[in-house]
Design a protein around this ligand. Structure first.
Ligand code: FES
Ligand SMILES: [Fe+2]
Length: 411
């Protein structure tokens, strides 16, 4: 986005915020969202449908370009249950493969990360080039019929956007930038490739991944759950939301005037990402990339939060902060402090999730009524059914598509 495009975008969001603050009900013509069946959070068969339809068919954030420094740098990625290895080839290109030897299926890489000249299976030493080609088979005389060209490592899609590495098991998926849609453009001022990680956390939450994801898609809960933290900063009644194709969404929540004054009065020790529209300072622009990525942006940097299903009732949540590279010990301390403050907010967010899962699993709640402010949750669930194939979702669990006509389309 050019500066001019950014200003026009910001003006549109400001108008939306003003509208949201002033409205006295849902806007004219906005549908009443149908209650979401709670079986979607507990049902084993539905979880299996998600695995096939969502996790094996979506672009998933698997790392950063700088995590793969030099030819042969590799990392394993097995968050979805499929064993995957991402490796930089001798041509400098990052590729992803199933970490599965095409002899009898042993892994070609056992370490979580490292550097390799070739990928050599440790079972019988079949050896593959960094681009996946089968190079060597010991005791070759015993495989007279073997067609090496058919026995390379099975590739999966791998694309890098602005420093972020995504993989997708679906060979037919749209390319990454088309799939990101308007988000790619709106994120361009962040200059993702120049950012660096400043600390990570992970937390295992005893709740279905959607209980966790839903919790980050609205600010309706802010006054109750975050009275001493987020509620002091954000006016949830002004939250302006945008829904995009492929299940992504945006939520820009304005800061209170008093909070802005406090921020103006204190010098922040961390440098800002240069060139951002003032809207980034006046609000908290948060994005959701389907299915499992949330990022509440800030001018000095931001966390990327990911939700990984472990089983139907367990989720591994990971979050990593990104910002411009640090230049001093003082800045490193500032990042450490930021992570600590965020720990408090996350602990507040996690507080209700386990009891909610237990309630839902006990049958105490048949369905979930969603308000207008919770429409991004409905949008997520609509897209899950679209990915699975609506006809494959059991009638009792299906979500009626209602929101497509509200999607923002690229100009
Ligand atoms: S399983 Fe890999 S060489 Fe046999
Ligand atoms: Fe929250």
């Amino acid at each position: 986005m050019t500066r001019g495009d950014q200003a026009a975008w910001a003006a549109r969001i400001r108008a939306q915020i003003a509208f949201e603050r002033a409205r006295e009900g849902a806007p004219e013509g906005f549908p009443v969202l149908h209650p979401i069946a709670t079986g979607r959070y507990t049902d084993r068969d539905f979880y299996d449908l998600e695995r096939e339809g969502v996790w094996k068919r979506s672009w998933l954030l698997a790392g950063r370009d700088e995590d793969f420094e030099g030819v042969g740098a590799f990392r394993r990625f097995d968050r979805t249950g499929s064993p995957v290895v991402i490796v930089r080839g001798s041509d400098g290109i990052l590729r992803a493969f199933f970490n599965t030897c095409q002899h009898r299926g042993a892994p070609v890489v056992r370490d979580d990360c490292g550097t390799a000249k070739r990928l050599r299976c440790q079972y019988h030493s079949w050896t593959y080039d960094l681009d996946g080609r089968l190079l060597q088979v010991p005791d070759r005389r015993d495989f007279p019929e073997l067609d090496d060209s058919q026995r390379g490592l099975k590739p999966i899609r791998c694309e890098v956007h602005d420093g972020f590495v995504f993989v997708n098991e679906d060979a037919a998926a749209p390319d990454l930038v088309s799939w990101l849609g308007p988000v790619a453009n709106e994120w361009s001022p962040l200059r993702g490739a120049a950012l660096r990680a400043h600390g990570s956390r992970s937390k295992r939450v005893p709740a279905n991944w959607k209980i966790v994801a839903d919790a980050f898609l609205e600010t309706y809960h802010v006054r109750t759950i975050h009275p001493g933290t987020v509620a002091k900063l954000l006016d949830h009644r002004g939250a302006a939301m945008g829904l995009f194709r492929y299940g992504h969404s945006r939520m820009v929540t304005p800061k209170w005037e008093a909070a802005l004054e406090r921020e103006r009065a204190t010098a922040h020790p961390l440098p800002e990402i240069p060139g951002l529209d003032p809207l980034f300072r006046e609000t908290n622009p948060a994005y959701s990339l389907f299915p499992n990525l949330i990022t509440p942006l800030d001018t000095v940097g931001f966390p990327i939060i990911l939700f990984w299903p472990v089983d139907p009732e367990t989720t591994e949540v990971t979050w990593t902060f990104y910002g411009p590279p640090t230049e001093s010990a003082e800045q490193e301390q500032a990042w450490a402090l930021l992570l600590e403050i965020f720990d408090t907010v996350m602990a507040e967010d996690f507080m209700n999730l386990e009891p909610m899962q237990r309630s839902i699993a006990s049958g105490a709640l048949g369905s979930i009524p969603l308000g207008y402010q919770e429409r991004r949750i409905y949008h997520l669930h609509e897209e899950i059914d679209r990915c699975i194939g609506r006809e494959r979702v059991p009638d009792a669990l299906r979500v009626e598509p209602l929101l497509e006509r509200f999607w923002e389309r690229p100009a």
